[in-house]
Write a protein that binds this ligand. Structure first.
Ligand code: FAD
Length: 434
């Protein structure tokens, strides 16, 4: 029997488990560890709560999770509760699928000011990640600045704009829903160093901004390149740019009907956050594009800002004993290989890019490499050995069956029309398994 430990129960973890089953059938046992008592990583705590159809991908992971040779081992943090060396002694292969849960720092003067948040924290707050549930962002000011031109920036701008009714059917956590509907934010500035042709926003997500009840997007027509230049773009980006063109054409009469404006500020590089204790403004330098890169023009201006959310990317959290690539912010690896017996996959391997589906070929690829590197199992103890260690350490392991009870309890306490009301506290989750 081959014993594989996968660390992280997000998409990369479950696709790797699926690939291991396809590769070795009944001759493999897979344990999927997670530091949280609940599975699915960013499907639960990243993907926007008003995008339930995307979150539905977890049903596919559940099929893998319920098979006899795959187990969920929740509430165990690898690198704290158990070391990598210990796991390497118990399993034939250890695959790190720990994602990239830390915000990349803004590294600007004033980034320590209150109400300046990274998107991992802000998204974690409205999605009920136990680490960020208590963030309590201050939404009492008028203007929010969202830094970044990718889909996470769009998620944040949209969530800040929606009405209670527009959250119907979502699983946004109650504390965030109440704070958001009471929010006083009326201007949301989405700031990007480069221009409309360099955005990383996908058409469907960008298009949604044009259909909000109380908010309308604003694009300055002067920022848009000549329409003829769009022909050179790949089709997805061309569609996104079309959305920006239609936002630029929204008549002022329509704006009078909405009370929130989502304003795209292109060619704008943040230089400093200003304020006394709490953020009050952001200093920005106008840029121009030279060889695809944003270059400062020396023209500076300030945008008043009572809340700043930086959606500028993520870093993997280092684990003691695992070589780390500081510059790239992920584990040092060669196509997923880290050290003998130790591999990585998903965001922990590639960094934070691509869609959920991008993690599937990654999972299959890493299993191919494991199969190449170790044609025969080494007679490791696998789960039995881990259980002995867990008992000796008094670890409180949460199983998939426990998770199903937690899931049931979350569904039972949901608001009308919502699929669940998440527990946002680890102790509460553990109590809910009964
Ligand atoms: C805000 C946001 C919105 C997104 N929306 C979309 C979308 O709409 N559509 C789309 O296609 N993609 C979306 N993505 C991208 C998608 O979520 C990622 O591609 C995917 O989740 C990456 O999978 P992963 O398994 O590598 O990491 P993750 O999903 O982050 O999973 C990592 C898991 O590892 C666990 N873990 C971490 N450290 C440890 C440790 N030391 N011990 C044990 N467990 C540990 C974590 O608890 C977590 O469960 C979004 C991403 C973000 C951030």
């Amino acid at each position: 029997m081959r014993h594989i430990a996968i660390i992280g129960s997000g998409p990369a973890g479950y696709y790797t488990a699926e690939a291991a089953q396809k590769q070795w059938g009944d001759d493999v046992k897979v344990d999927i560890f997670d530091r949280l008592p609940v599975p699915y990583g960013l499907i639960r705590t990243g993907v926007a709560p008003d995008h339930q159809s995307i979150k539905g991908v977890s049903r596919r992971y559940e099929q893998t999770a319920l098979s006899d040779n795959v187990s969920f081992v929740g509430n165990v943090t690898i690198g704290e509760d158990v070391s990598i060396d210990e796991l390497l002694g118990l399993y034939d292969a250890v695959v790190l699928a720990t994602g990239a849960p830390r915000d990349r720092g803004l590294d600007l003067p004033g980034d320590h000011l209150r109400n300046v948040h990274g998107s991992a924290a802000f998204v974690g707050w409205y999605n009920g990640h136990p680490e960020f549930a208590a963030l309590d962002p201050d939404l009492s000011g008028d203007t929010a600045v969202v830094i970044g031109m990718g889909n996470v920036a769009l998620d944040v701008a949209r969530i800040l704009s929606k009405t209670r009714e527009e959250f119907a059917g979502s699983d946004i956590v109650g504390h965030a829903l109440e704070a958001l509907v009471a929010s006083k934010i009326r201007r949301i500035v989405v700031l990007g160093r480069r221009g409309p042709h360099q955005i990383m926003m996908t058409p469907k997500e960008l298009g949604e901004l044009g259909h909000l009840t109380r908010a309308a997007p604003r694009v300055d027509p002067a920022d848009l390149p000549d329409v003829g230049e769009d022909a050179l773009l790949e089709p997805g980006l061309r569609k996104s740019v079309n959305h920006l063109r239609s936002f630029a054409a929204i008549p002022e009469s329509h704006r009078a009907d909405v009370d929130i404006e989502v304003e795209f500020d292109f060619f704008a590089s943040p230089r400093a956050l200003l304020g006394e204790g709490k953020v009050e403004a952001i200093e920005v330098e106008r840029t121009r594009i030279e060889n695809g890169r944003a270059v400062g023009t020396g023209e500076f201006y300030e945008i008043p800002a009572s809340l700043v959310v930086a959606c500028i990317g993520y870093r993997t959290a280092p684990i003691p004993g695992v070589p780390f690539d500081e510059r790239a912010g992920r584990f040092a690896n060669d196509e997923g290989r880290i050290l003998p017996g130790l591999y990585c996959v998903g965001w922990a391997r590639r960094g934070p890019s691509g869609t959920i589906g991008t993690n599937r070929p990654d999972g299959f690829g890493v299993v191919e490499r494991i199969a190449e590197d170790m044609p025969a199992p080494a007679g490791r103890k696998g789960r039995e050995g881990f259980d002995a260690l867990a008992a000796a350490r008094g670890l409180e392991v949460v199983t998939f069956r426990d998770w199903k009870k937690i899931e049931e309890a979350e569904a039972a306490r949901a608001r009308d029309g919502a699929p669940r009301e998440k527990f946002v506290d680890v102790a509460e989750m553990i109590r809910a398994r009964g």
